[in-house]
Design a protein around this ligand. Structure first.
Ligand SMILES: Cc1cc2nc3c(=O)[nH]c(=O)nc-3n(C[C@H](O)[C@H](O)[C@H](O)COP(=O)(O)OP(=O)(O)OC[C@H]3O[C@@H](n4cnc5c(N)ncnc54)[C@H](O)[C@@H]3O)c2cc1C
Length: 519
């Protein structure tokens, strides 16, 4: 069996894990990161896309609001290439308690969330689709964040400083020697090969799966309650600003414009299984009704796709004098030093929190790693820009079109919705060395627009097949897997124009290509 040895082994390749790898690598530590699937395929790749200003938590959870208000400008600077400065509004609709608006303004003042009250007429001038009956409006610095760009930049940055990042490697056993954890055995989920990794410190950054990883180390009571939420992507930008209802946080009260679409979310249902991706028709119907409250006519727009994510809600249960005590249930992040908590050294768990606060979570974790290793390097992630963000330029919605128009005749267009050229596609196929079209989708947003891959995916499968060493069967399998995966998100929102689009796609795939009989 192959063996590796490192200072820090990170388990989990979401925003937190890649953030830990980047921070630790910047401090000169040797790092190996393992993720059971592709990077950001856990909660990070299934979230709502909002870089919080803190406004959402200003009344309900002031500590979270303070953290978000602190991190928002930092992330805009160090990860500019992943952020679109959409700005945000909190608006009081006729469905909201009018008294909340003053509490909101006060909460923002107390927690340092930048917030300016504006005339409702001004908000309506900027966002003409908004409910015209809004009575109050506040401007906050919400933004939208492209998590795949963020996570891959963190991973690239860490790798440039020597970290080894291993997607599709799952931790299957944690090595424990008495009261010390000293690494893990991981399995390559593509080849079934196993690797033994010896590590001075093992960090579990496995979000909603943190309880499972702790249990592998023989530590009980790391109870992470997965909170399942659904989101629906609409086929274009119904709004260009993040729109929040000005009320206590509840279901379906935020619309986030992300690249070519806008996304409404979310719900919060307890589940026992972090891999639970159930979507109930009743949730979809309720979410579309919620959209109607913010943007009248919302339901007439075309819903493209629905997906779910699971929040890692941490509840610390620990045996105390024979009885189980629930100490805390929190939405803030939790760093568990298992030496202090359970008498097991060399092992840390970081869970909970929000994507907006991933950097802070990573900083707290690597500070603890350094303390355990007796190293004194301080954190530099608040000022060190990520690869791709060196110029501090944020995403602008027209960037891809402007770039495309410059090279209009030079490169074939493969995905019309997301303006992806053959050259860019081939670069990514080559760099990733994968036939998994879902991995390629996450890198490029391939097939994430209105046709949901209807036109670009068979072209991509053909291009894949022209690459050296990729057999017909592999290209066919890639096409079939992609279509099956996309279908999971499309069927719950099959109505109106999207139903027509789905029928057209079916004629292309079944009627013309006969994919049902591909081998
Ligand atoms: C519906 C919803 C909407 C949200 N919206 C927002 C938002 O708009 N803004 C915001 O700031 N936050 C939002 N959040 C919260 C945010 O998405 C999460 O807090 C954050 O993404 C968690 O990141 P993470 O890296 O800690 O966990 P994850 O991204 O879940 O990463 C953990 C990783 O560990 C991996 N793993 C598990 N077991 C193993 C193993 N045995 N071996 C190797 N790897 C393993 C998993 O595959 C996973 O990729 C939302 C959450 C939900 C559920």
């Amino acid at each position: 069996m192959e063996k590796l040895s490192t200072d820090v082994l990170v388990i989990g390749g979401g925003a937190t894990g890649t953030g830990v790898a980047w921070d630790a690598a910047l401090r000169g530590l040797d790092v190996v990161l393992v993720e059971r699937a592709d990077l950001a395929t856990g909660t990070s790749g299934r979230f709502h896309g909002l870089l919080h200003s803190g406004g959402r938590y200003a009344v309900k959870d002031p500590n979270a609001a303070v953290e978000c208000a602190h991190e928002n400008p930092v992330i805009r600077d160090v990860a500019a290439d992943a952020v679109e400065d959409t700005g945000g509004f909190f608006v009081t609709t006729p469905f909201d308690d009018p008294a909340y608006a003053d509490r909101f303004a006060e909460g923002c003042r107390e927690t340092g969330v930048p917030c300016e009250e504006i005339e409702p007429a001004q908000a309506l001038r900027e966002e003409p689709r908004l409910n015209p009956a809004i009575s109050r409006a506040f401007r906050v610095p919400d933004a939208s964040i492209d998590v795949w760009k963020l996570v891959w930049a963190l991973s690239r940055g860490a790798q440039q400083r020597g970290a080894r990042v291993l997607p599709y490697h799952e931790a299957v056993a944690i090595h424990r020697d008495g009261d010390r954890v000293n690494g893990a055995r991981v399995r390559n989920n593509r080849t079934a090969d196993e690797i033994d990794i010896e590590a001075a410190i093992t960090v579990s950054a496995s979000g909603a799966w943190a309880g499972q990883i702790a249990a592998m180390a023989g530590i009980e009571g790391v109870h992470v309650m997965p909170g399942r939420g659904i989101m629906i992507a609409m086929n274009h930008r119904l709004v260009n600003t993040v729109i929040n209802r000005c009320q206590m946080p509840t279901d379906g009260d935020i619309i986030v414009p992300i690249r070519t679409v806008s996304v409404i979310g979310t719900t919060d249902e307890g589940t026992d299984d972090p891999d639970d991706h159930t979507v109930l028709q009743s949730e979809v119907d309720a979410m579309l009704e919620d959209g109607e409250r913010l943007v009248p006519g919302f339901k007439q727009a075309r819903a493209l796709r629905v997906w779910t994510g699971v929040r890692p809600l941490f509840e610390d249960r620990k045996e105390n004098g024979g009885s189980t005590v629930t100490r805390d249930v929190t939405r803030a992040h939790a760093l568990l030093d298992h030496h202090e908590r359970d008498g097991v050294s060399g092992f840390l768990t970081i869970t909970g929190g929000k994507l907006t606060t991933y950097r802070l979570m990573a900083k707290d974790t690597v500070d603890a790693v350094c303390r355990q290793l007796g190293r004194e390097q301080s954190c530099t992630t608040a000022t060190e820009r990520l690869p791709g963000s060196d110029l501090g330029e944020e995403i602008h919605i027209g960037d891809r079109l402007a770039m495309r128009e410059k090279h209009l005749l030079e490169d074939q267009l493969i995905c019309e919705c997301e303006l992806i050229s053959r050259g860019r596609l081939e670069q990514v196929i080559h760099r990733r060395g994968t036939t998994d079209l879902d991995d390629i989708r996450r890198q490029l947003r391939l097939g994430m627009g209105p046709c949901q891959g209807g036109f670009c995916i068979y072209r991509t499968a053909g291009i894949l097949h022209t690459h050296d060493g990729i057999e017909t069967e592999q290209a066919n399998r890639a096409l079939l897997d992609y279509v099956a995966e996309r279908w999971k998100g499309v069927w719950p929102v099959l109505y109106g124009d999207q139903l027509r689009q789905a029928r057209l796609d079916e004629w292309i795939f079944q009627g013309v290509l006969d994919v049902g009989h591909l081998q």
